[in-house]
Design a protein around this ligand. Structure first.
Ligand code: F3S
Length: 643
C-alpha cells in the first residue's frame, strides 16, 4: 500500500510505535522553534535538563510576541533567551527580524524534515513540505535535548484542489472555505494533506497561509507536496540545496477526502467570533469598517504586501478607518522599502508597525468599543483584540486593502483588473538580525543573562520510596487550569518567574494555599471529577511542583493536565472508590508508603490517612512510559537518563 506525504516523513522519523491511527508514536525531531512568550520557560526547562548543546539539526529562538517594553520584564526575557541561545547552540532571531513562522519559512524550513515549535501556528512550515507541529514548551525542550516527540498517530485527510484561483481571490479564501466545510473541530486527530492539479498554481507563501490556518481546524498539522514551485522558492531564498521532492504515492490511502474547485471560490470572511463562521462578502453586505489590520503569521509575506501596496497606490485610506500594516519579516519590509511599495503604503495613510505579532497577540491596535475590525489574521475569538465587544472579521489582504479605502467591507473584485504580481527571482538575503550560536570551543565562556524576572525552573529528584505529606488543599469538581494557575495580562510578563507566579496558585479557590505550602512543605491536593480541564498550560503543573505538591488525588482527570502532571513529576492518582473522597479532610496527614515500588509494579497506591487512621486504595493514571518518567522525577530527568 502506498504512503501519503506525511506518512513518508513519519516513517523516516519513527522512533517508537506503529503507524496505525490512534497509536502512540515517537518521532525524531530535526528542527525546533520557539517564540518569546513560550520560549523563556522552554529554555529554563532545557537548562534544567543539563544538556550542554542542542542535539537537533537546527533550533531557532524568535522574539516576536512580547515586543512592547513598558517595563523591564520583556526586555529581561529577550536578553535571557539571546544568551541561552548563544551558549547552547541555538540560532537567535532578534526582535524586529520578524514573526517566527514567516522567518522560519524564508530562512530555515526544509522539505521532508520534522519541526516542532512552542507556538500553535508552527504548521505554517507545511507550506514548504515540512512535518511541522505546534507543541508545549517542555516538548520542545526535550526535542532540543535529543528526545523524541510523542503524538498519537493521526488519520489522513486529503484536500483535493482543482482549477485555479480567479483574480482577487486568494489563499486566505481557500483556507476559509476549508474551515467552512470542516469546522474548527474538523481536523482534530488528523493531518490535512493538499494535493491535486490546483496545488501547482499556488506559491509557497500562499500554501503557507493555508497550512498556517490548519491550526484553526484543530489539525495535528497540514502539508503540501514539495515540487518545482517549492524548489523555485528555495532557490530564490538562496537555499536551492535544501530542496527535495516530496509527493504522495499514487495508491496512498486517505481516511477522508474533500475536493475544492479553486476557480469556483469567491472572497470570504470569517465573522465574529469564530474562524469557521465563514460567509461570502456578498452575504455579509457592505458593513461599515472602523479598523483594518494587515499582517500576522497568516498574511504578511512579500506577495501579500505587494498586493496590498498595489491596491493602495495613489489612493487614500478612508478617513473613518485606521489601517495598520505589519510586515512579516525584515526581508519583506526591506524589499518593500527598496522597490517603492512601502512609499505607496505610507503615502496612502497606513500606520506601519514593526515586524512582529503586534495586534494579533493584543500588543496594541485594539479597536474602538463595538468597533468593526477587518484583519488578515487567523483568530477572531471574542476579546482577543483587547476590546471586549470588538467585532473581528478575518479576511484576505486584498479584501482588507479594498475595504480600508472604501470604509465599508468591499469585494476586491470591484477594483477592476488585478495587477499581476509574481514572487521575485531572488529575495533580498540579509541575515544580520539572526545571531549564530557560539562554537563548541567558545560556549563555556558565554554568560547567561538573568535579570530579576528570570528564575530557575523547579527541579525534582527521582520518586521517593515513601511520601509523607499533608492534604493542604481539598477542592470540588471541574477545577480548571485557570483555577490552578490564573492567566491574564497582569501576570503574562512573569511566565519565566515561577516563584512570583506561585503567589497566585489556586488563588481563585483558596488564597492561603501558597502560604500553607511554604509553612508545611510536601503536600497532596485532593479533588473531584474532571480535575484540570480547560487550557493546556503547563504552568498549572509546574507551579504546584514548585510549591511542593507531590501528588494530586482526584475522582477523575482532564487528559492533558494529567499528562502535564506526569511530565512535571507529580503523581496523578485517582480514587479506586470515589466515595473515599469524602473521607479525607483538608490538613489530614497522609502517607504514600512504598509508592515507588507500587509505580514500578503498576500496582495500586495505598494512601494512609494518619489523621483518620484509615487506608485508601488509589490508582496512578500512567502509561508504561509515563511510569518510567514519574520514577525518574518527570520528563526532564527522564530525558537526561535516556541520554
Ligand atoms: Fe504571532 Fe499571531 Fe501568529 S501571535 S505567531 S502572528 S497567530
Amino acid at each position: 500500500m502506498g504512503l501519503t506525504i506525511a506518512q513518508k516523513i513519519i516513517q523516516n522519523h519513527l522512533v517508537s510505535g506503529e503507524m496505525k491511527p490512534g497509536c502512540d508514536i515517537g518521532l525524531k525531531i530535526d528542527q525546533t522553534l520557539t517564540q518569546d512568550a513560550t520560549g523563556t520557560m522552554a529554555y529554563l526547562e532545557f537548562e534544567a535538563m543539563g544538556v550542554p548543546r542542542v542535539k537537533t539539526e537546527k533550533s531557532v529562538a524568535y522574539i516576536d510576541h512580547n515586543t512592547l517594553q513598558t517595563g523591564f520584564e520583556n526586555a529581561d526575557d529577550h536578553r535571557f533567551i539571546q544568551s541561552v541561545a548563544k551558549k547552547h547552540g541555538i540560532w537567535f532571531s532578534r526582535p524586529g527580524n520578524g514573526i517566527c513562522h514567516q522567518v522560519h519559512l524564508e530562512r530555515f524550513g526544509v522539505p521532508g524534515k520534522t519541526l516542532i515549535g512552542s507556538d500553535s501556528h508552527t504548521p505554517t512550515g507545511g507550506g514548504i513540505g515540512m512535518l511541522a507541529m505546534g507543541a508545549g514548551g517542555l516538548d520542545v525542550a526535550v526535542a532540543m535535548g535529543g528526545g523524541p516527540y510523542y503524538i498519537s498517530m493521526p488519520k489522513m485527510l486529503r484536500v483535493n484542489l482543482t482549477g485555479k484561483l480567479s483574480p482577487w481571490v486568494s489563499a486566505k479564501d481557500v483556507i476559509l472555505k476549508v474551515l467552512q466545510l470542516l469546522s474548527v473541530k474538523g481536523g482534530v486527530g488528523k493531518i490535512v494533506e493538499y494535493s491535486g492539479e490546483g496545488v501547482k498554481s499556488l506559491s509557497v507563501p500562499e500554501r503557507a497561509t493555508i497550512t498556517n490556518m490548519g491550526a484553526e481546524l484543530g489539525a495535528t498539522t497540514s502539508i503540501f507536496p514539495s515540487d518545482e514551485v517549492t524548489r523555485s522558492f528555495l532557490q530564490a531564498q538562496g537555499r536551492g540545496q535544501d530542496w527535495v521532492e516530496l509527493s504522495s504515492d499514487p495508491d496512498a490511502v486517505y481516511d477522508e477526502e474533500v475536493s475544492i474547485d479553486l476557480s469556483a471560490l469567491e472572497p470570504l470572511a470569517a465573522c465574529p467570533h469564530s474562524p469557521d463562521n465563514v460567509k461570502s462578502l456578498k452575504e455579509i453586505g457592505a458593513i461599515k469598517v472602523d479598523q483594518v489590520c494587515i499582517g500576522s503569521c497568516t498574511n504578511s509575506s512579500y506577495l501579500d504586501l505587494m498586493r496590498v501596496a498595489s491596491i493602495l497606490k495613489g489612493k487614500t485610506v478612508h478617513p473613518d478607518v485606521s489601517l495598520a500594516i505589519a510586515p512579516g519579516s525584515k526581508q519583506v519590509y526591506n524589499m518593500l522599502a527598496m522597490n517603492g511599495a512601502l512609499a505607496d503604503i505610507i503615502a496612502a495613510g497606513a500606520r506601519v508597525l514593526e515586524c512582529a505579532c503586534g495586534p494579533c497577540i493584543g500588543m496594541g491596535q485594539s479597536p474602538n468599543s463595538k468597533g468593526i475590525s477587518l484583519r488578515t489574521f487567523n483568530r477572531n475569538f471574542e476579546g482577543r483584540s483587547g476590546t471586549a465587544d470588538g467585532q473581528i472579521y478575518l479576511v484576505s489582504p486584498e479584501t482588507a486593502a479594498a475595504s480600508a479605502l472604501a470604509g465599508v467591507l468591499t469585494d476586491p473584485r470591484t477594483l477592476g483588473e488585478e495587477a499581476p504580481i509574481a514572487l521575485p527571482e531572488h529575495f533580498l538575503i540579509n541575515d544580520n538580525m539572526v545571531e549564530a550560536p557560539a562554537s563548541e570551543a567558545e560556549m563555556d565562556s558565554v554568560e547567561i543573562l538573568r535579570g530579576p524576572n528570570i528564575k530557575e525552573f523547579p527541579v525534582t529528584g527521582p520518586l521517593e520510596e515513601t511520601i509523607a505529606a499533608k492534604a493542604l488543599l481539598k477542592v470540588g469538581d471541574n477545577i480548571t487550569t485557570d483555577h490552578i494557575m490564573p492567566a491574564g495580562a497582569k501576570i503574562l510578563p512573569y511566565r519565566s518567574n515561577i516563584p512570583y507566579l506561585s503567589n497566585f496558585c489556586f488563588g481563585v479557590c483558596d488564597k492561603e494555599f501558597p502560604a500553607r505550602c511554604r509553612e508545611y512543605g510536601p503536600s497532596v491536593v485532593v479533588g473531584g471529577q474532571n480535575y484540570g480541564q480547560g487550557s493546556s498550560r503547563e504552568h498549572a503543573a509546574l507551579v504546584p511542583l514548585y510549591l511542593g505538591v507531590k501528588a494530586v488525588l482526584v475522582k477523575s482527570f482532564a487528559r492533558i493536565h494529567c499528562a502535564n502532571l506526569a511530565n512535571a513529576g507529580i503523581l496523578p492518582l485517582i480514587f479506586k472508590n470515589e466515595a473515599d473522597y469524602d473521607k479525607i479532610d483538608q490538613m489530614d496527614e497522609l502517607e504514600l508508603k512504598n509508592v515507588r515500588k507500587a509505580i514500578e509494579d503498576n500496582a495500586p497506591v495505598i494512601v494512609s490517612d494518619k489523621t483518620k487512621g484509615i487506608e485508601i486504595e488509589t490508582e496512578a493514571v500512567l502509561s508504561q512510559r509515563q511510569r518510567e518518567m514519574v520514577l525518574a522525577g518527570g520528563l526532564l530527568n527522564y530525558t537526561r537518563e535516556q541520554n
